[in-house]
Design a protein. Structure first.
Length: 135
């Protein structure tokens, strides 16, 4: 088993453990595996950074859903996660990515990432307060 496979397995285990704490509908639609897979597509060159960002992103999604469920209605996983990945990439030094790099990795547009980032920062300022100081 390669180092990357071990890292992926450990990350899946941690995310699954987190998912069982609060079982919300959004957590079944945007699964820990979904978030982790999108993170690994974005940070292919650094699985460790992908795991860190995925764990934090999923935790924010869970807390965000508990606070404001309508925020997630009618949005695809990529739309929700892309802006959050950009915000979290600013927080983590080793995981810095531009909107363009995230858009290419997730097969989406920079405009979607800008809109998603704006929605996250306006709707949940308390969840990402330490990150928005950087913005």
């Amino acid at each position: 088993m390669s180092k990357k496979q071990i890292t992926l397995k450990a990350s899946y285990y941690l995310l699954e453990k987190e998912a069982t704490v609060l079982e919300y509908w959004i957590c079944r639609r945007i699964t820990p595996q979904c978030v982790l897979n999108l993170a690994h597509k974005t940070w292919e060159e650094d699985p460790k950074a992908a795991g860190k960002v995925a764990l934090e992103a999923y935790e924010i999604i869970r807390l965000g859903y508990a606070e404001n469920p309508p925020f997630f209605c009618g949005k695809k996983a990529k739309s929700i996660v892309s802006g959050l990945f950009f915000i979290l990439s600013l927080k983590h030094d080793g995981a810095k990515k531009t909107q363009r790099e995230i858009a290419i990795a997730l097969d989406t547009t920079e405009e979607m990432i800008r809109k998603s980032t704006k929605r996250w920062s306006e709707t949940f300022p308390n969840l990402i307060s330490e990150v928005t100081k950087i913005l």
